[in-house]
Ligand binder design. Structure first.
Ligand SMILES: CC(C)(COP(=O)(O)OP(=O)(O)OC[C@H]1O[C@@H](n2cnc3c(N)ncnc32)[C@H](O)[C@@H]1OP(=O)(O)O)[C@@H](O)C(=O)NCCC(=O)NCCS
Length: 171
């Protein structure tokens, strides 16, 4: 399915509020991603994306048929992690299973390595039970480097997360 990755616009807020307000998305993300997800949450998120320093963060909307139906982001680390970036993403449930995120991850990683010439590594940390996200990372060429046992406390439960990474020369 055709999509484009593009910078966020304030006019995307109603789409984000509509599509992000889904517990099947929220339960797989960190608690900073709220549920229920309101229009004010969408507006705040988009403002932070617009204000972000592109030297350190890349926030992109995933647009299908003129609507923002998902989000993908790369954030450079600090201190000794300055040459690594963390990848995060979500997609509206109506669009799952069409290969969109696998393509979006590949495209975003290509853009990240091109934009940040010193970047050596991109990593992502899905919860261990998040089979869809793990499959996306595997299809996009990431390597499973390990399981972080009992690293996550989400909704009153402790669970494992997985660390996946893609190095520059593996693109
Ligand atoms: C994870 C997410 C982004 C996937 O997006 P998507 O565009 O549907 O992903 P794709 O279509 O590119 O690939 C999904 C893969 O998972 C597979 N899949 C679907 N259900 C699955 C299951 N229960 N177990 C294992 N794999 C499954 C699909 O078949 C597909 O693999 P295939 O192409 O080999 O058949 C989307 O489900 C989402 O937004 N989830 C909630 C938020 C989230 O988890 N974000 C990531 C946090 S790390």
């Amino acid at each position: 399915m055709d999509f484009v990755l593009r910078p966020w616009r304030r006019s995307d807020a109603p789409d984000v509020a509509r599509y992000a307000n889904n517990d099947r998305i929220a339960k797989n993300l960190r608690n900073i991603f709220p549920y229920p997800y309101t229009l004010a949450d969408a507006e705040g998120f988009i403002e932070s994306c617009i204000a972000a320093d592109e030297e350190k963060q890349m926030f992109r909307a995933i647009e299908v048929d003129g609507h923002a139906v998902g989000s993908i982001a790369l954030c450079l680390g600090g201190d000794v992690y300055a040459l690594t970036a963390e990848l995060g993403y979500w997609l509206a449930e109506d669009y799952w299973g069409k290969g969109i995120m696998t393509q979006a991850v590949r495209q975003m990683c290509k853009e990240g390595f091109a934009r940040w010439a010193d970047l050596v590594r991109i990593h992502a940390e899905p919860f261990a039970h998040n089979a869809l996200s793990r499959r996306v990372l595997e299809k996009a060429g990431f390597t499973l480097e390990g399981v972080l046992r009992q690293s996550v406390f989400k909704r009153h439960k402790v669970c494992d997360s997985c660390i996946y990474a893609l190095l520059r020369d593996e693109m």
